[in-house]
Write a protein that binds this ligand. Structure first.
Ligand SMILES: [Zn+2]
Length: 245
């Protein structure tokens, strides 16, 4: 409730006072505006891991591996742009206590651990990286889901979806979607949170692209540009290093 009141006020003040573009950009997205102008910490969540491979392509490409590779590339780009990053995982593993009695609860404990990392990171934006799959192999394209629990989540999702359309997939007419209870993390998290289904491993052409370093780099760079935008950070110095699209 506090934020609903304060954000229009901040936006008005920033416009009247001619405040920096950074400040205005952040107010516009609805992300929390820190008094000292600090950018949010991006919690990057590479979905699945360990014994949970996630989706799999016809050729055996595992979602967990593509998720982690793109997440690490995104981490490096954001870090180079001065945006703090916390990773939920950097290894091929699920997040649960291997010494505890986890019988039948690995996945639940893993998701709870990811949720806890986000909730314990002050002023954060949660970005979960996944790959899609569907029984009909025709479907392809990046799709962003957002948490309905924070007003900033939808605008972050829209920025990512738009950037993907502009840079990565001009034919992509997918629209952002609010997550229901089937997406545990977005359903439960109260921080700004999105989940990016970067592509369909069930589509042979898209799976083939997602198996390459070049395309993974392009996906990571697309996410980097969009997240930098919502964090109010310029990417001018990175334009020359943009992968070919
Ligand atoms: Zn997944």
């Amino acid at each position: 409730m506090f934020q609903r009141i304060i954000l229009p006020f901040l936006l008005t003040v920033s416009l009247l006072a001619g405040a920096s573009a950074v400040f205005a950009a952040r107010a516009k997205t609805g992300l929390e505006v820190a008094a000292d102008g600090a950018v949010p910490t991006v919690v990057i969540d590479a979905g699945h891991g360990g014994e949970d491979g996630g989706a799999v392509s016809a050729g055996g490409l595992l979602e967990k591996d593509v998720n982690l590779d793109i997440a690490l590339r995104l981490r490096d780009l954001l870090t180079a742009n001065g945006i703090p990053v916390v990773m939920t995982r950097t290894e091929d593993t699920l997040l649960y206590d291997k010494n505890a009695n986890y019988q039948g609860r690995k996945k639940a404990l893993d998701l709870a651990a990811r949720r806890q990392i986000a909730e314990e990171t002050p002023d954060c934006l949660f970005v979960s990286i996944h790959m899609n799959a569907y029984p009909d192999a025709r479907y392809d394209g990046l799709q962003v889901w957002y948490s309905p629990n924070h007003p900033a989540s939808a605008s972050v999702a829209e920025t990512i979806q738009r950037t993907a359309r502009e840079l990565l997939q001009p034919e992509n007419d997918r629209e952002i979607k609010a997550a229901g209870s089937s997406i545990y993390l977005l359903h439960r998290l109260t921080v700004p949170a999105v989940l990016v289904e970067c592509g369909f491993l069930s589509n042979p052409a898209e799976a083939a692209k997602l198996s390459t370093d070049d395309y993974r780099g392009q996906v990571a760079f697309t996410l980097f540009l969009a997240i930098s935008e919502v964090c109010g950070k310029t990417t001018e110095n990175f334009a020359k290093s943009a992968p070919n699209t």
